[in-house]
Design a protein around this ligand. Structure first.
Ligand code: NAP
Length: 246
């Protein structure tokens, strides 16, 4: 087997949950990671657990602000020269009846889940076009592929479903630039997004009868980030949750 040539990955939302597991998986492979999150202290705590020295560079800032993506790519370029992979992972989830969503919920979901995606992807497309290609992997949500009656979440689904459509559109748009764009759609994952007391209910939502680990999602992200002929796919990693009725 040929040796892996280290690459540089930008991971948004790298201080917790799936993003932290993705960062760890790249670092274990010998890669470099520029990790983002809003809170500097949480990012520094993540850096300590990752223990990767100068191969992990934290860049704090709200991904909804275009200046954050600009800083991430500037730092990445000055430290490592080139970014081969962007993982659009930062995201929030709010489950409510449509009548209960507030304007603040709507703003928060649009800011992180939509604006953050747009700003980071624009930067990546510019950078990767100038450097001969790359990969963008979006972390979406399986519930946007098949909504669940007992988990009302129309607003997050609206945005994550839009990201599924954008994944395919961007795969076509950016293919001539050799930029491959795909998505991983997790089911229910063991991260701080869900309180442990919800786990008994949450595991009933997936046919395989358990909750995914963040490492299982990271494995799929790395797979798509290394693909040479797969682009425009939305890969559910959801224990069968979106496969149909059960
Ligand atoms: N956990 C699940 O079951 C599940 C299921 C389906 C999809 N997903 C998706 O997976 C992704 C990661 O979720 P997770 O469960 O790992 O969540 P998490 O443990 O809450 O981690 C979210 C990460 O994103 C960062 N973040 C949040 N808002 C941000 C912003 N505006 N700018 C920059 N960073 C921001 C957080 O750090 P700060 O708070 O310090 O900014 C943290 O590092 C999300 O897109 C989520 O929708 C998760």
């Amino acid at each position: 087997m040929s040796r892996h040539t280290p690459i540089t990955a930008v991971v948004t939302g790298a201080s917790s949950g799936i993003g932290l597991a993705v960062a760890r998986a790249f670092l274990r492979r010998g890669d470099r990671v520029v990790g983002n999150g809003r809170d500097q202290a949480r990012l520094e705590a993540a850096a300590r657990t990752l223990d990767a020295g100068e191969r992990f560079v934290p860049v704090a800032g709200d991904i909804a602000d275009p200046a954050t993506s600009a800083r991430i790519f500037d730092v990445a370029e000055s430290r490592f020269g080139r970014v081969e992979v962007l993982v659009n992972n930062a995201g929030i989830f709010r489950s409510k009846a449509i009548t209960e969503y507030t304007d603040a919920d709507l703003d928060a979901l649009i800011d992180t889940n939509l604006r953050g995606f747009v700003h980071a992807t624009k930067r990546a497309a510019q950078h990767m076009t100038a450097h001969g290609g790359g990969h963008v992997v979006n972390v979406t949500a399986s519930i946007a592929l098949q909504p669940l009656a007992n988990v009302p979440a129309a607003l997050p689904i609206l945005i994550k479903g839009g990201l599924h459509a954008a994944t395919k559109a961007l795969a076509l748009e950016l293919a001539p630039k050799k930029i491959l764009v795909s998505a991983v759609a997790p089911g229910i994952v063991d991260t701080p997004l869900y309180a442990p007391e919800m786990h008994d209910f949450l595991r009933t939502l997936q046919p395989l009868g358990r909750i995914a680990s963040a490492d299982e999602i990271a494995e799929a992200v790395l797979h798509l980030a290394s693909a040479t002929f797969t682009t425009g796919v939305v890969l559910p990693v959801d224990g069968g949750m979106s496969a149909g009725r059960w």
